[in-house]
Design a protein around this ligand. Structure first.
Ligand code: BG6
Length: 303
């Protein structure tokens, strides 16, 4: 994107003093939002939210100190958009994990200031068989984001074509925590989960706590998740719609070292709680219809 393109984008969808499009080091184009409620930053590549916090609060979203920003490379932290498949491709191991939407260049289509002071953004990505031959089919993707006292994200998959589309997807959110060994995640009690570390199917009893590598797909999970963080004296409430699975992920020490971009103590400072369509929750989007995957995040005091 040239300086001229960025100036045009600011002209078309920027909101002076609130929504600014700019380019940082590494040639990445950012959308920076600041309103009377909160601040946020989103990369156009992947429509990847990198930061959000209501004013006066510690960062709610974790971004690795060692995140790499380069064209076509996945960013460690923030909210990667996994689409049109979640995790490894079901049949072709050579294809990128979590699909290609998270590394594709999206377009910032619309912005608006809402009456309550929040800011609405809509990003779009058009997918055709030409843009990614590995995934034939036509889909129109939209990511709607509301930046305010809460953060709302909605991934809309529209199917304009004549054939049904089969997708899996995630809002793969990395939450910032004071110390992952001290947090408790509530809302999954009683759910069965696929333990991707041991390969077993297990049942959650009580809150989730982390003292080693965790990579779980919780099944039939639709309740709010509450991430209680005594170190920051806060609770993050995660609400969702259009999703019946929740993924909880922390790489812990060995896996983090292997990934190479988590940073020395990064695994202690993050926990992924992902609003997903994964495992048995794969979605078929009928011709002419749309699927909405929605989540909202709000910070509450921990009593
Ligand atoms: C999680 C998966 O959603 O994402 C894990 O459940 C995976 O298995 C993790 O390791 C990170 O994936 P990536 O491709 O961003 O390194």
């Amino acid at each position: 994107m040239t300086a001229h393109d960025i100036a045009e984008l600011n002209q078309r969808v920027g909101i002076p003093g609130t929504v600014t499009i700019g380019r940082g080091a590494d040639e990445q184009v950012w959308v920076e939002v600041t309103n009377r409620l909160a601040e946020a930053k989103i990369a156009l590549q992947g429509a990847h939210l990198l930061a959000w916090a209501p004013h006066g609060m510690a960062p709610v979203i974790w971004l690795s100190e060692q995140a790499k920003f380069a064209a076509g490379k996945a960013i460690r932290g923030g909210v990667p958009i996994c689409w049109p498949w979640f995790g490894p491709h079901p049949t072709a191991a050579s294809l990128p994990a979590h699909g290609f939407a998270r590394t594709a260049p999206w377009d910032l289509h619309t912005s608006a200031s809402l009456p309550n002071g929040a800011t609405y953004l809509s990003f779009r990505l058009m997918h055709t068989a030409q843009s990614h031959p590995q995934w034939p089919g036509v889909a129109e993707l939209e990511l709607r984001v509301i930046i305010g006292q809460a953060l709302e994200m909605e991934l809309v998959t529209r199917n304009p074509g004549p054939q049904p589309l089969v997708i899996s997807a995630a809002l793969h959110t990395y939450f910032a925590v004071s110390d992952v060994r001290r947090v408790q995640l509530r809302g999954l009690d009683g759910c069965e989960y696929l333990d991707q570390v041991s390969g077993e199917v297990l049942q959650q009893v009580g809150p989730v706590t982390i003292d080693g590598e965790v990579d779980r797909i919780y099944l039939d999970s639709t309740a709010d998740c509450l991430l209680d963080d005594p170190g920051l004296q806060r609770r993050i409430r995660i609400r969702k719609r259009g999703s019946r699975t929740t993924v909880v992920w922390n790489p812990w020490i060995a896996k983090a070292a292997k990934l190479g971009d988590v940073g020395p103590e990064g695994y202690l400072r993050m926990l992924c709680v992902e609003t997903t369509n994964a495992a048995h929750d794969v979605v078929t989007v009928a011709a002419g219809s749309a699927h909405h995957l929605w989540a909202s995040y709000a910070v509450e005091a921990l009593n």
